[in-house]
Ligand binder design. Structure first.
Ligand code: UD1
Ligand code: CA
Length: 449
């Protein structure tokens, strides 16, 4: 029987934030959700998430899972106190109890498995992960005696001599739960922080062993925003390395961010300051950026998107977007189309080879194949209460500065005169024009003042 306890009750004072620490995000996912996702991979029987500070907010943030039970620790008197509350609340303290700090978000399931295997093979009372850190500041120091751990001393309780020890406690423990529950209430708070430390269980248990690993960043704990940013960098490097090995070029890697879910094809070039968020899929041979933001969108083969933003949309193949285009949710731009400078598209469908090249707003519209939308064209889709649709048939040629007052429906091969305000539907092959005729007054002189 494997149970997991995730410690997530603390405030995170050193974050200087109104948001509970474990709800801060790295690469779009909260620290707590990351820890939960890692331990779900182990297929445990039950997961206890211990919350306290702003517990409702923390509990509401978590994706539903039948195995998760919440335990409230109020007040929060330390990591050892959190486990005292758990042991009291849960009737059966049996099997293995894996305890994870909610602020160590990059821990890998493989590493957790290694710890469990070691724990089983040595039949230990407690097994925990250690690593040797060049700069161990802030971490508990682990003191070994032969093969066993003798004690852990928190940074704030260390003597100058003890502080020189580089071996740190990662905050990842596997306990024999029955043996832990026998000593858990013996923990005291006679230390410099006046807290009940979970780490004091080590000297109370007999068979305390450690798994020392070479840390590639997965053991990084987060107490402040500098460490939050360190973790973001670690995770971003891993994501980008994966894509580079799969055939993606980054022109200026450090200035870009890519979500974990993003899929990117071969020979894609990501230019500087480009951010790919959420569930985005980019197919082969695209050039994305510089200065581009794409979220939850699909970008087909051979597209070029520069200095633009794209949200929740589908961009099919061979399309050029930008510079300075804004594609808003629920848009579909079909193959060989072009969206140009200062163009906003929202909830619209553009068929193949259509062009909206300059200074336009196209909202709630369907634009037919090979239609050219002249510079400055606007769909006036909102009557103050409701949004309405604009439909323009294929092969149409829309004059510059046309305003379509929706709802409006134009047939195929329609031409509109530049500067027209179109309020009536028009049939196939017609010219729609609505503007006053130009008057030229000859020999006209400005009045002299
Ligand atoms: C803890 C360890 C330290 C280790 C480090 C690894 C203790 C006493 N120290 O220190 O040895 O090197 O983690 O990152 O455990 N929490 C509760 N209830 C509380 C207090 C804290 O649930 O009453 C939670 C926090 O929300 C956090 C986790 O426990 O997720 C760790 O607490 P934190 O105060 O950050 O401990 P550290 O000082 O980092
Ligand atoms: Ca911490």
């Amino acid at each position: 029987m494997l149970s997991v306890a995730i410690l997530a009750a603390g405030k995170g004072t050193r974050m200087e934030s109104s948001l509970p620490k474990v709800l801060h995000k790295i690469s779009g996912k909260s620290l707590l959700q990351r820890v939960i996702d890692s331990c779900i991979e182990l297929n445990p029987d039950q997961i206890f998430v211990i919350t306290g500070h702003k517990s409702k907010e923390v509990q509401d943030s978590i994706q539903n899972n039948k195995k998760i039970h919440f335990v409230i620790q109020d007040p929060q008197l330390g990591t050892g106190h959190a486990i005292q509350v758990l042991c009291k609340e849960v009737k059966e303290n049996k099997g293995k109890l894996l305890v994870l700090n909610g602020d160590v978000p990059l821990i890998k399931p493989d590493t957790l498995n290694r710890l469990l295997n070691l724990h089983n093979s040595k039949n230990a009372d407690v097994s925990l992960i250690t690593t040797s850190k060049k700069n161990p500041h802030g971490y508990g120091r682990v003191f070994l005696k032969e093969d066993l751990i003798e004690r852990i001393v928190e940074e704030k309780d260390c003597t100058n001599q003890e502080r020189l020890n580089l071996l740190i406690n990662a905050g990842v423990y596997c306990f024999n739960w029955e043996n832990l529950s026998k000593i858990i209430n013996k923990l005291q708070s006679n230390n410099n922080q006046k807290e009940i430390y979970l780490t004091d269980t080590i000297s109370l248990l007999k068979n305390s062993i450690s798994l020392e690993i070479d840390d590639d960043g997965e053991l990084q704990g987060i107490n402040n925003r500098i460490q939050l940013s360190t973790c973001e960098e670690i995770i971003q490097n891993l994501i980008k390395e994966k894509h580079m090995l799969n055939g993606v070029t980054f022109i200026n890697k450090a200035s870009c961010s890519i979500s974990e879910e993003a899929e990117i094809g071969k020979d894609v070039i990501i230019e500087a300051n480009t951010h790919i968020r959420g569930n985005t899929k980019i197919f082969n041979n695209c050039v994305i950026g510089p200065n581009t933001f794409i979220e939850n969108s699909k970008i087909g083969l051979n597209c070029e998107i520069s200095n633009s933003t794209v949200y929740d949309s589908q961009i099919i193949d061979h399309i050029k977007i930008g510079p300075y285009s804004h594609i808003r949710p629920n848009s579909k731009i079909s193959s060989f189309s072009k969206i140009g400078n200062f163009v906003e598209i929202k909830n619209s469908q553009l068929e193949e080879e259509s062009k909206v090249n300059h200074l336009s707003y196209i909202g709630d519209s369907i634009i037919g194949r090979s239609t050219n939308i002249g510079a400055g064209t606007i769909t006036a889709n909102f009557d103050g209460q409701k949004k309405h649709q604009t439909k323009i048939g294929k092969n149409s040629s829309i004059g510059a500065n046309t305003v379509f007052v929706a709802p409006i429906n134009l047939g195929e091969s329609v031409t509109t005169g530049a500067g027209s305000v179109i309020t009536k539907d028009s049939k196939d092959n017609s010219l729609a024009i609505s503007r006053t005729k130009q008057v030229n007054i000859e020999n006209w002189e400005r009045k002299k003042s």
